[in-house]
Ligand binder design. Structure first.
Ligand SMILES: [Zn+2]
Length: 215
């Protein structure tokens, strides 16, 4: 998702007492470790087929996956994003990374493989109407109502089951990135008119990061 205007393997996400991953500790060190091992890659944009179909499940939790995650953090930082899905660097695999603040301004850093968004109960479904942007729809923003709370179940880089939850902007990020891996962009959730307007903003703007040209 686009931003609004240690020696340790940094993949050691631990679950707290409540079973949710603790992704708010050592965020600076962990994010830096990932991105310094990785290489930034250009970002795919709307129209590239890899963004418009469901990605493949991750089945091999190996060094190759770890290297992909490093590249994703490097790419996310280079493009100044708060979340990035693997198909946004052209890789057909269900993985996303994030570096995103929540409603309380607390920074969350992590990675989720094979994410599944959890259904919310009626009282959890408070809609938040905020602006949303996407690195794959460069320079465009649009208001989009989404629940202000989200829970995602999936696996970490080693294949261990994890649960991630977030509020506010981070909840939006978790939904946005999971959508990517199922072939949906946020503009697919807009009215026809708003979608058209977003694509117009994109056509008129120039991204501040490298993108993959569409054929
Ligand atoms: Zn996006």
């Amino acid at each position: 998702m686009a931003q609004q205007e240690t020696d340790q393997q940094a993949t050691d996400q631990q679950a707290g007492n409540d079973g949710f991953v603790v992704d708010t500790e050592n965020t600076e060190e962990r994010e830096q470790a990932y991105r310094e091992r990785g290489t930034a890659r250009p970002i795919t944009v709307v129209g590239n087929p890899v963004l418009h179909k469901e990605c493949k499940d991750v089945t091999e939790f190996d060094d190759k996956l770890a290297a992909l995650i490093d590249d994703m953090f490097a790419s996310q930082r280079a493009a100044e994003g708060v979340g990035l899905a693997a198909n946004q660097i052209g890789v057909d695999l269900k993985v996303f990374v994030y570096d995103c603040p929540d409603d309380d301004g607390v920074r969350h850093v992590g990675v989720v493989c094979n994410p599944v968004l959890q259904e919310l109960s009626q009282e959890q479904r408070r809609l938040d109407e905020s602006n949303e942007g996407c690195l794959s729809v460069p320079t465009a923003y649009a208001e989009l109502g989404r629940p202000d709370y989200a829970e995602v179940h999936g696996q970490d880089a080693q294949g261990n089951p994890i649960k991630v939850r977030g509020t506010g902007y981070f909840a939006r990020c978790l939904q946005h990135e999971t959508d990517h891996l199922y072939g949906y962009l946020y503009i697919d959730r807009l009215s026809k008119r708003d979608r058209k307007d977003a694509l117009k903003q994109m056509a008129e703007g120039t991204p501040r990061y490298e993108t993959v040209p569409n054929d």
